[in-house]
Design a protein. Structure first.
Lengths: 804, 220
């Protein structure tokens, strides 16, 4: 019996090649899209799942509120981890990590003792022995029990060790960071890296923490804890308030905080964030500087995947019922020779499962082909998990389920034909289900239009960010990295660069308005106005005299730093955001204090120094030495020769270290590449969805034309012009598309507004977006339907009338 | 007695009025009869045939088939009944275009519990009897009209029915082909199969033993 079903299914597939191609093609495209997204989501969800103790590892978060705004921090004191471990017995281990560039994490130049060349390397992180154990790092070489115990210990990954020590045996070797021979590091461990064990922490080097700071107001460390099994987490969180009471608040009081700040302190509490939540469920307000995923995007993509698959299934349903006339006779016949409804349902389900399987095979192959492109778009290395035991069975099961799901309605519909009606030959083809089919077309196009609108808005927001007036000039700024190797020669290097014709300005400072450069946190008090309580938290950037000019920052009030004023060593330039928070009538000449007193000499126009998702925060500049980065402002259109010239000078100064540079505008774009990536991914899936929807529309209009062949012929015989036939055939669908646009508009508006809320600086959604999305959908649909309409209007009416 | 229709009425509602398709039909068919139903277009011939074949419902009256009350049976029982005892032959042959001659003949057997070897034997028997062994792997569209109808009759017979219902079986055939089919019916009737046919042709009606005339859904 099943053989008979398969046989007739196969012959039907072969008979109507166009319909089969559309049915299977649409399905396959939908499956490919779905599979790609599923792999992406799996990748996102796979972070920090590999620890044997994964349910017992937490990152500590400090949470509170100020003026109704939620504050979150993941940075803690040096003493915090050991205090936790000694105070609360249920905390087995507490470890800490410092990723701050301020202390020498991030980018360092590494030189193996005895060699000449220094390599600029990334991914330096400070860590202690406890965190090494909590994170279950796997050593290839070295003693796991004391890998980060002794001063000067350095652990690196396999790949790095292979690079620096090509002859193997890295353990015990001495290396210098930034050529600092006074502080040698000894390699104590080489870490195995398993690409499948993904972690939110991405590092290549672990330096042992030697910080002995016992201050309860300095917070620089991520703190991770491992708790006992069956620990009451909420209870532990509550108990941990004791730390605030015993250490943190007294320290703040001692420092002389005002009443207002005490209110803020009262709202503080510790939260324990499960380690597997860090990648996807971290708040941007935590400012942990890690590259995060976003659980909302995971959901969004899952929804898109679901929709694309649903579109494909709807196509299948539409096409199957539309083509029902062909099968009606068969159904009638089978019934008259004794088929039950159930055996017919089985037959049609078998058919749709066959379709589904073929589509899955093609879809999986398609996804496999697209995977490298998709991977680079999403900036992830995603592979097909062929070897996983569950992968193929899951696909097979999915094919079965999707096949049954897609086939159920057509099977019910087709098997319900009454033989007496269909065998008379005057069956009105599928007209009864016209409204259902219209509904499905509307659904498909609504989904497509929402995706088009979403794509347009993401694209516009992206351009908005990339073209935004940032308050500084990021064009033609060459950023020389690893310049601290110059040490005392930095100034003379700068002089040499300034002598070049292509160079307009040079500034030495590690602080730049892009991510990955130095940041810090300070709180300022006003001097001489004891009545004002509270402090202004602000960044304090150490820059040189040319910094403001090099970046093209605008002075709104007062003046920039100048070497002519000897007193400028204690002068401070603040931004308007900070001026506003300080609330001086005229800030110029006023003094503020962060442990050291500064005199305000100027106020800068606000400029964006963080991700545009965030507001502009208070910021101050002081003259100081931070020599790792040298920014070079070039005159227009001379970059190639300028780079060559600068490199030459660099070689004179530091022949042992390669010249590494980036451009400020590039770094800026990278800072927002998540938005860009999002746009691209969205684009491609919108394309998938529209393709699937159009395939469906194409087939449906073919069916519609088929159904009205006789009517069209009669009209043609009666002298209807081509134009009116064309209008007759396209109008119905155009109406449906209009309805789709009307439904899609508010949904898309709502969704995209939610997305834009993430950005402190965002576009307004204008009606044009909806207009153009609508026009696009209409045009695509019109093109699809037109093909069929024109074809039918050009046939010889005698042909189609004769058969009646 | 094979079947008996008593006071059968069938109507449709049209513009608030009942339009009668069948009106007070009383008919008894004995086993071994060969009956022809005649009448102008729209007189209800096909409807009557469909009611007899249980493919169509009726609104009033009683229908006894082999002492079962059809009007009281559930759909599934009714299907079982006609599946077992009735074979249909259509004007437009109604073979499944995607199946070969062999597979078309086999199809009814698939819905009954026959083993595959049994089916093979029965189909081979039928191909042999109708002299179409050489055509068994052809598709219907590769056959002439007469040959297609031959397959249609063979398919109707393969389940060894007591009753064959034929709706203008020669309507699409030329006269020579038509004669061949009618001779076949006569032969089958001699072998004991009851036949009810709808026809327009006096000549074909003459093959039967009894003629029923319909006009506007009524027997005249």
């Amino acid at each position: 019996m099943i053989k008979n079903y398969l046989r007739i299914a196969w012959r039907n597939i072969k008979k109507d090649k166009l319909f089969t191609a559309i049915k299977i093609g649409g399905f396959a495209v939908g499956i490919a899209a779905c599979l790609l997204i599923a792999l992406y989501i799996m990748n996102e969800l796979s972070y920090d799942r590999h620890y044997t103790n994964k349910d017992r590892i937490f990152r500590v978060v400090l949470q509170g509120s100020m003026d109704g705004e939620v504050l979150k921090s993941v940075h803690f004191q040096q003493l915090f981890a050991e205090t936790l471990e000694s105070t609360y017995p249920e905390i087995q281990k507490a470890g800490k990590i410092n990723t701050s560039e301020l202390f020498g994490a991030g980018r360092r130049a590494l030189r193996v003792k005895g060699e000449v060349e220094s390599n600029l390397e990334e991914g330096f992180v400070f860590a202690d022995q406890e965190v090494f154990e909590i994170l279950e790092l796997d050593l290839k070489e070295g003693n796991p029990n004391e890998v980060l115990k002794n001063p000067g210990s350095l652990v690196m990954t396999e790949a790095r060790a292979a690079k620096h020590f090509p002859n193997g045996n890295a353990i015990g070797k001495t290396v210098y960071l930034d050529d600092d021979t006074n502080r040698p590091y000894t390699v104590t461990g080489v870490v195995k890296v398993d690409p499948l064990k993904k972690s939110h922490l991405d590092f290549d080097y672990l330096m042992v923490i030697e910080d002995k700071n016992s201050d309860w107001l300095t917070t620089n460390y991520f703190t991770y804890i491992l708790v006992d099994e069956n620990t009451d987490i909420a209870g532990l969180e509550a108990k941990m308030k004791g730390i605030l009471k015993d250490y943190y608040i007294p320290a703040q009081v001692e420092r002389g905080m005002g009443e207002g700040f005490m209110e803020v302190l009262k709202t503080l509490e510790y939260k324990l964030q499960p380690i597997s939540d860090i990648h996807l469920k971290s708040d941007i307000k935590m400012h942990d500087g890690l590259k995060h995923g976003d659980i909302r995007f995971v959901w969004l993509f899952a929804a898109i995947a679901g929709f694309v698959l649903l579109l494909a299934v709807i196509n299948f349903i539409n096409l199957s019922t539309a083509k029902s006339a062909n099968r009606a006779k068969e159904v009638g016949l089978r019934k008259t020779v004794g088929a039950y409804k159930s055996s017919l349902v089985n037959q049609f389900l078998t058919e749709s499962v066959v379709f589904s399987f073929i589509s899955f095979v093609i879809g999986v192959l398609l996804a496999w082909l697209l995977l490298p492109t998709f991977g680079s778009m999403a900036a992830k290395s995603i592979t097909m998990p062929w070897a996983e035991w569950w992968f193929l069975p899951t696909l097979l099961l999915a094919a079965l389920i999707v096949g049954i799901f897609a086939g159920l309605y057509p099977a019910m519909y087709l098997s319900a034909f009454k033989p007496a009606n269909v065998l008379k030959g005057n069956l009105s083809i599928g007209s009864k289900s016209g409204s259902l089919r219209s509904g499905l077309v509307v659904f498909q196009f609504t989904t497509s239009v929402i995706l088009i609108i979403g794509t347009l808005i993401i694209y516009k927001q992206m351009n908005f960010i990339l073209d935004k007036k940032l308050g500084y000039d990021r064009e033609q700024v060459l950023v020389v990295q690893g310049a601290n190797v110059l040490s005392q020669n930095a100034q003379s290097f700068k002089e040499r660069l300034l002598a070049l014709a292509e160079v307009k300005n040079v500034a030495i400072s590690d602080y730049l308005p892009v991510e990955g450069t130095k940041r810090n946190g300070n709180s300022f008090k006003k001097v001489g106005e004891g009545t004002q309580d509270g402090t202004v938290p602000a960044q304090i950037w150490r820059v040189d005299y040319d910094y403001i000019n090099t970046l093209g920052l605008q002075v709104a009030n007062g003046r920039a730093f100048s070497e002519e004023f000897a007193s400028d060593s204690s002068a401070i330039v603040i931004n308007q955001a900070m001026a506003k928070q300080l609330a001086y009538e005229n800030p110029i000449g006023k003094q503020i204090n962060n442990g050291q007193a500064w005199t305000i000499i100027g106020v800068l126009d606000d400029f964006h120094f963080r991700n545009l998702k965030e507001d502009i925060a208070p910021l101050s500049l002081v003259i100081g030495n931070s020599p790792s980065i040298i920014s070079v402002k070039l005159s227009a259109a001379s970059s190639r020769s300028a780079i060559d010239n600068i490199e030459q000078i660099w070689q004179e100064y530091v022949p042992q270290q390669t010249f590494e540079y980036t451009f400020l505008d590039q770094e800026f774009a990278e800072m927002h590449d998540d938005v860009q990536r999002m746009g691209q991914i969205f684009n491609s899936f919108a394309l998938f969805a529209i393709l699937v929807a159009c395939l469906g529309l194409f087939a449906l209009s073919a069916f519609l034309v088929e159904q009205r062949k006789k009517e069209i012929s009669i009209r043609l015989v009666l002298g209807a012009p081509f134009k009116s036939i064309y209008r007759l055939l396209t109008m119905d669908y155009m109406k449906l598309i209009m309805v789709s646009i009307v439904i899609a508009t508010p949904i898309a508006w709502y969704m995209m507004n939610r997305w834009l809320e993430d950005f402190a600086y965002r576009i307004e959604i204008s009606w044009q977006v909806f207009f153009w999305a609508g026009i696009l959908a209409l045009l695509v649909a019109l093109a699809t339907v037109s093909y069929q309409a024109i074809k039918s209007a050009l046939v010889n009416p005698a042909n189609s009338l004769r058969s009646e | 007695m094979l079947l008996q229709l008593n006071n059968i009425f069938k109507w449709v509602q049209q513009g608030g009025q009942r339009v009668f398709l069948l009106k007070d039909i009383n008919l008894t068919v004995e086993e071994g009869e060969f009956i022809s139903i005649m009448g102008p277009s729209g007189s209800g011939k096909s409807t009557l045939l469909n009611v007899i074949g249980m493919l169509d419902d009726f609104d009033e009256g009683q229908y006894e088939f082999l002492s079962e009350s059809v009007h009281q049976l559930k759909e599934k029982h009714r299907a079982n009944l006609y599946k077992q005892y009735i074979g249909f032959v259509f004007q437009a042959y109604h073979l499944i275009d995607e199946l070969t001659v062999y597979e078309n003949l086999e199809m009814p057997l698939l819905y009954k519990k026959h083993s595959s070897s049994e089916r093979k034997a029965m189909v081979a028997d039928m191909l042999d009897r109708f002299n179409i062994v050489g055509k068994k792997d052809l598709f219907p569209t590769q056959l002439s009209g007469g040959q297609q109808q031959l397959v249609g009759v063979a398919r109707a017979l393969i389940g060894k029915p007591k009753l064959i219902l034929a709706d203008e079986p020669t309507g699409n055939l030329n006269s020579a082909q038509g004669e061949e089919i009618m001779d076949l019916f006569k032969q089958l009737n001699k072998e004991g199969v009851t036949i009810v046919q709808v026809t327009h042709s006096e000549k074909n009606a003459a093959y039967g033993g009894r003629v029923i005339n319909l006009l506007d859904g009524r027997m005249v």
